[in-house]
Design a protein around this ligand. Structure first.
Ligand SMILES: [Zn+2]
Length: 260
């Protein structure tokens, strides 16, 4: 790659090109506004070298070599925390989780309301017609998680709020993308607000759902994640750090709604 141009100088780097340096492969991004080199590691562990215009390839290679150990460390970290969320099939016997237990999907010929999913005799029943349409099937499952999760979490809010001496917020369970929960305080009435929980959370064991509920309740009193926030959470849930680690590790293996 360190080919020399005819004038004896290394050619300059091209936008979108690939740069291979000692076993690392980087995508090149050239910007006229940029003054210095920079490196980024993407969420999928892909590497990008950002470069000013007109810089020779050899300069880029030198920069990458000088930061090799930083890059290798970041790649390792990305690999270790990379999402491993599986896709699910809407077929008889597919496994779904609810509060840490597994339930198999049962496809049934009739269903009182054709769109819905219900838990029946230890199985998640869905009509064959709904399952035949991946978008509708997904919607029906998400809707079931939202309803079941809302019902379950409503009963947990009061004891946790009492333990943390905060007012019980309103609750909704919905799609929050990759977040497990959020709390939005009511501007008019400080100390109250809306707690939202993401439906995929309810696949996890109860003690991890409790961790997220306690976490969001701590935000009723303290916004942000500074020391006073963790102190308040630690008073109500001394083992919060273990639970957070477990949530990070199990969470990246949960189904996030993708249908195969
Ligand atoms: Zn938070």
């Amino acid at each position: 790659m360190s080919a020399l141009a005819e004038d004896g100088r290394s050619p300059s780097m091209a936008e979108g090109g690939l740069l291979a340096v000692d076993g690392l492969e980087l995508r090149v991004r050239v910007s006229a506004r940029r003054r210095r080199f920079a490196l980024t590691v993407e969420p999928d562990a892909g590497l990008t070298l950002h470069t000013p215009e007109g810089r020779p390839v050899s300069d880029g290679e030198d920069f990458v070599r000088a930061h090799r150990s930083w890059l290798v460390g970041k790649i390792g970290l990305r690999e270790a925390t990379r999402p491993l969320n599986p896709a699910k099939r809407l077929t008889e016997g597919e496994v779904f989780r609810y509060l840490g237990r597994t339930y198999r999907l049962a496809l049934v010929a009739d269903q009182p309301t054709r769109k819905s999913v219900r838990l029946s005799a230890g199985r998640l029943a869905m009509s064959e017609e709904t399952a035949a349409d991946p978008e509708r099937g997904r919607e029906a499952l998400v809707d079931w998680y939202c309803r079941a999760g809302q019902k379950w979490a409503a009963g947990r809010l009061q004891p946790w709020a009492a333990r943390m001496v905060v007012a019980e917020p309103a609750l909704d369970v919905r799609d929050l993308g990759t977040r497990w929960g959020s709390f939005r305080s009511d501007g008019e009435r400080p100390g109250t607000g809306l707690m939202s929980l993401g439906w995929p959370l309810f696949q996890l064991p109860m003690h991890l759902v409790d961790y997220v509920i306690a976490h969001e309740l701590a935000h009723v009193r303290v916004s942000g994640h500074r020391t006073d926030f963790w102190r308040l959470l630690g008073q109500a849930l001394p083992e919060y750090q273990e639970r957070k680690n477990e949530l990070d590790e199990l969470g990246r293996r949960m189904w996030m709604g993708e249908i195969a």
